[in-house]
Design a protein around this ligand. Sequence first.
Ligand SMILES: Nc1nc2c(ncn2[C@@H]2O[C@H](COP(=O)(O)OP(=O)(O)O)[C@@H](O)[C@H]2O)c(=O)[nH]1
Ligand SMILES: [Mg+2]
Length: 136
Amino acid sequence: MSLNNTPRANRLHIGLFGRRNSGKSSLINALTGQETATVSDVPGTTTDPVYKAMELYGIGPVVFIDTAGFDDEGKLGKLRVEKTEKASAETDIALVLFHDEDIREELEWVKDFRKACRESSGVGGPAQTDFPFFMG
Ligand SMILES: Nc1nc2c(ncn2[C@@H]2O[C@H](COP(=O)(O)OP(=O)(O)O)[C@@H](O)[C@H]2O)c(=O)[nH]1
Ligand SMILES: [Mg+2]
């Protein structure tokens, strides 16, 4: 089977997380070299998670996941956050983006995320308790 035919389930899932307008969609576009996701200064532009499969040199088949901000608000925002949480459950590596002035909200989210991973360990969801995070 060629790399391009790798089923999504067999790819390393790299999720992009952060508040609205933290630059997640801009980063996925830069990483994929394509207009994979819509970039806008309107908070809440990304709604459903965006999946982009590609081959990463030195790593192999991956799928990047762009998500809605975990701080989204209102009735629709709550649905977006739920979808972000579902996407996080299938994530192998999480990239968390933040503004440099105050990262307390992001750290809190990472803490909750790790807890959810531990609780779901062995019963579906990510099995790793040492879930890798890269923040920047
Ligand atoms: N100054 C600056 N602006 C950025 C950067 N990355 C994204 N933006 C801008 O921030 C806004 C939100 O970007 P977007 O990628 O849609 O954020 P998302 O909501 O996290 O997906 C857009 O107006 C982007 O042009 C960056 O590194 N520096
Ligand atoms: Mg976005």
